[in-house]
Design a binder for this molecule. Structure first.
Ligand SMILES: NC(=O)c1ccc[n+]([C@@H]2O[C@H](COP(=O)([O-])OP(=O)(O)OC[C@H]3O[C@@H](n4cnc5c(N)ncnc54)[C@H](OP(=O)(O)O)[C@@H]3O)[C@@H](O)[C@H]2O)c1
Length: 308
């Protein structure tokens, strides 16, 4: 059987993405094949597509874009007993998610509750696992009442999740966002401040001290964020190009760095109604390039989700 996938055979702008018909991928040991219901766009998808991490003009073989996936299990690889055909799941795809069919390691999947839509489910894996990992690295892995955390970019995908999890742990969160997202950040339980010039003064006006800083945005003056805690020790970034200059830890993604159970815990919170997911904006699979561009330029807020 064949099915559609969005792939690129050379690095570049959104124009390098093409829809192809390919043979359905066969799950290896410990993997399942999903009939994809939704896949979400993460900034890393268009960064990888651009070749920013590569140093060559083209990948070794065509790459199907995307990591975040939600779908129905339709084929099992050897040794899979955690899921069966027909199960509804979400998680991290292996070998691409912008497709009608995708593979995933069962260790990177959790069950999708019926209360969570396909689009919302697909919006979660990367941002949720990143948020929990960051809190662990900042030594905020458990309840920490009285601690003050500044989240730079609290209105973004990672920011919305990390803010809610931190607030639930008793942490006071000061969250930066644009002027138009101040109410959204307040609704998450954080104290909102506008990012940009004068940030240090605005934070100090609402918090008498800052214990830790999580820069989700990779934008703004990292030196100012370091000044808030008095040193780089408890400042973490997942995206800032100036991390090394300021002695700040840069945490990149990666299987070994994930926090066991994070995705299942946050999905459980959504199912129980004690957390809310990022807003989603839905595009057809054919508009993958447009969705990546809208995410890159920030012209559309929320998690951008592709449906085949
Ligand atoms: N290393 C990793 O493991 C990892 C994992 C996931 C993501 N990331 C990276 O983390 C970054 C954020 O990802 P995301 O999915 O959360 O993106 P996103 O949803 O686009 O959110 C971006 C956030 O940055 C804020 N922002 C924009 N300009 C800013 C500025 N000048 N100063 C401070 N904040 C600003 C936005 O606020 P407004 O919308 O209010 O303007 C928003 O809160 C991306 O670069 C992504 O590649 C890294």
């Amino acid at each position: 059987m064949t099915s559609r996938a969005v792939q690129y055979a050379r690095f570049g702008g959104p124009e390098v993405l093409e829809i192809v018909d390919r043979e359905d991928p066969e799950p290896g040991p410990g993997q399942v094949r999903l009939a994809v219901r939704a896949a979400s766009v993460n900034p890393v998808d268009w960064k990888l597509r651009s070749g920013a991490f590569a140093g060559t003009d083209a990948p070794e073989r065509p790459v199907v874009a995307g990591q975040d996936v939600a779908g129905v299990v339709e084929a099992l690889g050897d040794g899979v007993d955690a899921f069966t055909v027909g199960d509804e799941v979400l998680g991290h795809a292996r070998g691409g998610a912008y497709a009608e069919k995708a593979l995933a390691d069962v260790s990177r999947l959790v069950r999708k509750p019926s209360s969570v839509s396909w689009e919302t489910a697909a919006s979660l894996p990367v941002v949720v696992t990143t948020a929990y990992r960051a809190l662990n690295l900042l030594r905020l892995g458990g309840d920490a009442p009285g601690t003050v955390l500044v989240v730079n970019g609290a209105s973004g995908g990672v920011g919305i999740v990390v803010t809610q999890v931190a607030v639930a742990r008793g942490i006071t969160v000061v969250g930066t966002a644009s002027a138009s997202h101040q109410d959204d950040v307040r609704a998450l339980g954080a104290i909102p401040v506008v990012y940009g010039d004068g940030l240090v003064e605005r934070v100090r006006a609402v918090a008498d001290h800052v214990d830790a800083v999580f820069d989700t945005a990779g934008k703004g003056d990292l030196g100012e964020l370091v000044a808030l805690t008095g040193g780089p020790d408890r400042v973490l970034t997942i995206a800032h190009p100036d991390a090394q200059t300021h002695g700040v830890t840069f945490s990149s993604g990666g299987g070994n760095a994930e926090v066991e159970g994070a995705l299942a815990e946050f999905v459980g919170r959504l199912d129980a109604g004690t957390a809310r997911a990022p807003e989603v904006v839905v595009y057809p699979l054919e508009k993958a390039g447009q969705a990546q561009e809208d995410n890159r330029t920030g012209t559309v807020s929320g998690k951008l989700v592709l449906v085949p």
